[in-house]
Design a protein around this ligand. Structure first.
Ligand SMILES: *[C@@H]1O[C@H](CO)[C@@H](O)[C@H](O)[C@H]1NC(C)=O
Ligand SMILES: *[C@@H]1O[C@H](CO)[C@@H](O)[C@H](O)[C@H]1NC(C)=O
Ligand SMILES: *[C@@H]1O[C@H](CO)[C@@H](O)[C@H](O)[C@H]1NC(C)=O
Ligand SMILES: *[C@@H]1O[C@H](CO)[C@@H](O)[C@H](O)[C@H]1NC(C)=O
Ligand SMILES: *[C@@H]1O[C@H](CO)[C@@H](O)[C@H](O)[C@H]1NC(C)=O
Ligand SMILES: *[C@@H]1O[C@H](CO)[C@@H](O)[C@H](O)[C@H]1NC(C)=O
Ligand SMILES: *[C@@H]1O[C@H](CO)[C@@H](O)[C@H](O)[C@H]1NC(C)=O
Ligand SMILES: *[C@@H]1O[C@H](CO)[C@@H](O)[C@H](O)[C@H]1NC(C)=O
Length: 911
């Protein structure tokens, strides 16, 4: 029944409005941050438009972030409230001066960040108490250093002075910063590194990193300028504008240092001459970054000075030609990054045969996004250590059709991974990867492969564990032998690449007994064979989303729903989103005891069979968003939700009535599990009162009171029905009831005229009812009996008290008369008043008082049926002696009188 469910809600809403006033707007706006957030011992006060350091934070905080505010000065008084501060971020404010009181107040401070402020003059005194400071960031100010401002910083390991418009690298004159490890001076306007510029760091034996990137016009390195910091490990010169000449001069200056890592990104080094790095010949450079240089040419032997180089990046250059001498001397190189290093401008770059031959230690070769003419039988020759080759998004004519010759040059490489994604491959020929016996990962996604996979394509890949074939523009057809040569496969991704049927028998996956991840998503598969996944006992992840499996599970299937999941005992995750599913067979998830994650979003599921999820004893994550679910019933979801840690069932048209949602709303309210976008996406669709409101706002109180409400409802409706029935009964059968009632009462209680009424003294012996036309007769023949026999009659015209209400007097006087005489004539029967009221009431008296009190005096002969229809009286109803006739003959008048006297004398008792 719908009424009891919705009515209390409507009622409640109105009540609520009455009591609390109309509810506020229900869309809750994003809470704006007004106060600092304190988490553990850190306070986050960013973006609060603060002009002062807040004074109301816990006194024991050790971290305070007041960046992105409007602080101008730092009051030591407010800082004194937080003496335990170890970390203080004052970045992005308007601070103009650092006070010495800061470090004095905060003796434990280790990290001080003052980046992007307006600190100008910095003196020795300002930081004189910062002995414990280990990290100082003053980037983005407009520092003017006076004296040795960093002289007191005994413990600082990181000093960032970038973006300060500093003209010189000389930060002081005295020896200082003994603990410094990293010095960042990038983005200043240093044009010359003077011979003695770094003298102040002579005693800083821990200095490892010097970052001098992005100087506006750094051109000159005075001889010996790097000697004071000869111990550095890493020099970063990115973004300067160096010619080949400046580079080789810098390399000469570096020759006396212990540098291992040298970064020359984006310095405009367009060509590498054989001698450019000659200066580094005595160094032990292991890492060189030459990316983003627009480099077009590398002279033969340019790298011969770097025999211990291990990592070389040539990313994003415009190289045209790699020869067998380009990498000469890089015998220790393990990692070569050529991403976007060869690009097509006018002509197609060429990689000569044996170009990589010197790279005998190379393990990783990244050639992603390069363009080159072709791959020959010797292109990769000599890469005897190569394990990873990345050719993704590379454009090379040889890759369009992979033949058994394409990768022969890799036969000697112990290659483990080969990435050929997005290389416009259209066909894999038999034996395409022959010789790559150690390959474990083969990526072939995003290609144009369109063919029937017979299995010969993967011949020789005896160790292969993963194939990525997903996202091809064209279509692949599987056969029973497609994967017969790669039985070791564990991961097979075939998303968005198959022709929409998998009714292959025997199943192409049958040889893959070790498979653990299988992706068949986005294939619009409509037909699936019952045995498709037979024997895949190790399958853990099965992706079937965006197919058309509604047909497989429909009960309308001639042979019943196809239970293709049977036997996947170790399945952990199953994705079946967007399959148009409108029903799930009750047995569908049987035999998946290890399933932890089930995704069924974006289907059209509405009703679930009661125990459909009951077998999923391990389920932790259930996704059902964007279906047609109106009701989350305990019978379906109770068991499965008990163990769930994540439920996603938003964007469904929930019906927020007690029947449909009460149980779920209560579950949501108290669950410890994570329910994503609970506040915004769990919205009621019906009933109208809850439309577009969060399920969380559903008020359970009104359902708790349902039982009394229902009882009340039954009670009231019954009462109304009874009332109606009674009133109808009374309306139409009331007289009968009353009659029987009287009879009953009189019978049982023994009331009778003789005992009660007869004992009563009546005022009149008879009440005379007659027609107006018969008045004469009454006056002449009846009333004289009063004198002769001592009767007292009531005759309306004579006895009515003027002024008395007519009807009332009739009733009263009838009541006070022992007998009622009807003077029956045709006239009486026609007299409407007599007939309708007086007669009726007389009869009523007869019935009510149970009196046998009527005497009929016939002046004329009247048909019995006329009498009964007009006066509702029958002669037969009365005793013989109560019916008298006025004789036509005069001599019989005394006899009439006698009869009348007998009639009037008759007892009224019913016999
Ligand atoms: C800091 O003090 C508050 C009380 O003011 C206390 O609840 C909190 O546990 C303290 N935190 C630490 C890290 O001592
Ligand atoms: C530096 O920290 C230590 C404790 O780690 C403290 O004893 C000392 O006073 C601090 N130094 C200054 C100058 O506050
Ligand atoms: C230089 O460092 C040594 C030890 O590393 C130290 O003994 C000496 O005092 C330092 N000199 C100065 C001027 O700080
Ligand atoms: C050098 O400093 C700049 C500016 O601080 C920074 O962006 C860059 O990452 C630093 N380079 C390295 C290699 O740390
Ligand atoms: C560089 O080496 C290649 C291959 O040995 C050779 O063909 C070419 O002439 C050399 N280029 C120069 C400028 O010596
Ligand atoms: C690799 O580096 C070592 C020094 O670490 C050197 O002796 C050796 O010759 C180098 N190997 C090659 C092939 O250059
Ligand atoms: C594959 O690796 C094994 C060692 O794991 C090695 O013996 C074998 O030669 C390698 N095969 C190829 C083709 O490099
Ligand atoms: C959720 O919990 C709160 C407080 O425990 C309670 O007031 C509210 O009625 C509950 N809502 C539902 C839908 O159970």
């Amino acid at each position: 029944m719908n009424w009891p469910a919705t009515a209390p809600i409507l009622l409640a809403l109105n009540l609520g409005d009455l009591i609390f006033g109309p509810g506020p707007c229900h869309a809750s706006p994003k809470p704006e941050k007004h106060a600092c957030q304190v988490q553990r011992d850190r306070a986050d006060c960013r973006h609060l438009k603060l002009a002062e350091i807040p004074t109301d934070l816990p006194g024991n905080i050790t971290g305070l972030d007041v960046s992105h505010n409007r602080l101008g000065t730092i009051s030591p008084v407010s800082l004194a409230l937080y003496p335990g501060l170890v970390y203080l971020d004052l970045g992005f404010n308007s601070i103009t001066k650092l006070e010495d009181s800061l470090c004095l107040t905060l003796g434990l401070l280790r990290t001080l960040i003052v980046q992007h402020n307006q600190v100008h003059k910095l003196t020795e005194k300002d930081l004189s108490h910062c002995l414990n400071l280990t990290e100082l960031n003053l980037a983005g100010n407009r520092l003017m250093l006076q004296g040795d401002p960093f002289g007191a910083l005994q413990s600082v390991t990181l000093l960032d002075l970038s973006k300060n418009d500093l003209k010189s690298a000389r930060l002081g004159t005295n020896l200082q910063l003994p603990s410094l490890e990293t010095l960042i001076l990038s983005d200043n306007t240093i044009s010359t590194i003077e011979k003695d510029a770094f003298n102040f760091l002579k005693n800083s034996s821990s200095l490892r990193v010097l970052n001098l990137s992005y100087q506006k016009a750094l051109k000159t390195f005075q001889h010996g300028c790097l000697e004071p910091i000869a111990g550095i490990d890493e020099l970063i010169m990115d973004g300067n504008k160096f010619s080949t000449g400046i580079t080789s001069k810098l390399c000469k200056e570096l020759s006396g240092t212990e540098i291992h890592s040298f970064s020359l990104q984006n310095v405009g080094l367009v060509t590498l001459a054989k001698t450019t790095f000659k200066g580094l010949g005595k160094n032990q450079i292991t890492s060189l970054d030459l990316s983003h240089n627009g480099m077009t040419k590398i002279d033969n032997g340019s790298f011969q000075w770097l025999p211990v180089l291990e990592v070389l990046s040539l990313e994003q250059n415009n190289l045209k030609h790699l020869t067998k001498n380009t990498f000469q001397g890089l015998g220790n190189l393990t990692h070569l990054n050529l991403r976007k290093a060869l690009s097509k401008t006018s002509s197609c770059p060429i990689i000569d045969d044996f170009s990589f031959q010197p790279l005998q230690a190379l393990e990783t070769l990244i050639m992603q996004n390069t363009v080159f003419r072709n791959i020959s039988a010797y292109t990769f020759a000599g890469l005897i250590s190569l394990r990873h080759l990345h050719l993704g998004s590379t454009r090379c004519a040889s890759l369009e059709r992979i033949t058994d010759q394409t990768f022969v040059s890799l036969a000697a490489s112990p290659l483990l991974t080969l990435n050929l994604s997005d290389t416009k491959i259209s066909r894999l020929q038999p034996g395409a990867f022959n010789g790559l016996g150690n390959l474990t990962v083969l990526r072939l996604g995003f290609n144009l492969i369109s063919q029937v996979l017979t299995g010969k394509e993967f011949q020789g890949l005896g160790q292969l564990q993963e194939i990525y074939l997903s996202n091809g523009n064209l279509k692949i057809t599987l056969t029973p032998t497609s994967f017969a040569s790669v039985p070791t496969l564990r991961t097979l991704l075939l998303g968005k690449v198959l022709i929409g049927t998998l009714e292959v028998d025997p199943s192409p996956f049958k040889p893959l007994s070790n498979i653990s991840i299988l992706d068949l998503s986005n294939n619009n598969i409509a037909k699936i064979s019952r045995d498709l996944f037979d024997g895949l006992e190790h399958l853990k992840v099965l992706k079937l989303q965006h197919n058309n499996l509604v047909q497989a599970w429909t009960t309308f299937n001639p042979s019943g729903p196809i239970m293709f999941l049977k036997g996947l005992r170790n399945l952990v995750a199953l994705e079946m989103d967007s399959n148009g599913l409108d029903e799930i067979p009750v047995e569908a998830f049987r035999g998946l005891p290890n399933l932890q994650e089930l995704s069924l979003s974006g289907n059209v599921l509405k009703h679930f069979k009661d125990s459909v999820f009951d077998h999923l004893s391990s389920l932790r994550v259930l996704r059902l968003q964007k279906n047609q679910i109106t009701s989350v019933r305990k019978e379906v979801f109770g068991p499965v939700l008990a163990n769930l840690s994540q439920l996603v069932i938003d964007k469904n048209p929930f019906d927020c009535t007690c029947d449909s949602i009460l149980w779920f709303a209560s579950w949501l309210n108290k669950t410890n599990g994570s329910v994503a976008s609970l506040k915004d996406e769990y919205i009621c669709n019906t009933p109208l009162a809850y439309f577009n409101r969060s399920v969380l706002l559903f008020d359970p109180l009104f359902c708790k009171d349902m039982t009394p409400f229902q009882a009340l409802y039954v009670l009231t409706s019954t009462a109304v029905l009874i009332l109606m029935a009674t009133s109808f009964l009374v309306r139409f059968q009331g007289w009968r009831i009353q009659f029987y009632w009287n009879v009953l009462i009189n019978r049982t209680l023994g009331f009778s005229d003789t005992n009660s009424r007869e004992g009563k003294v009546f005022k009149f012996d008879a009440y005379i009812i007659h027609a107006a036309d018969d008045t004469n007769w009454v006056e002449r023949c009846l009333l004289p009996l009063e004198d002769t026999h001592g009767y007292a009659f009531y005759q309306q015209e004579r006895d009515a008290v003027p002024g008395d209400a007519l009807l009332e007097s009739i009733v009263n006087n009838l009541n006070m008369s022992r007998k009622i005489i009807f003077v029956v004539t045709e006239k009486l029967l026609q007299d409407p008043f007599c007939r309708q009221f007086t007669a009726q009431h007389a009869l009523h008296q007869v019935i009510v008082n149970n009196r046998d009190s009527v005497v009929l005096v016939f002046l004329e002969d009247v048909q019995d049926h006329v009498l009964s229809t007009r006066l509702l009286l029958r002669r037969g109803m009365l005793r013989e002696r109560c019916v008298v006739r006025w004789p036509v003959q005069r001599e019989r008048v005394p006899a009439f009188h006698q009869s009348l006297r007998i009639a009037l004398g008759t007892t009224n008792k019913v016999q």
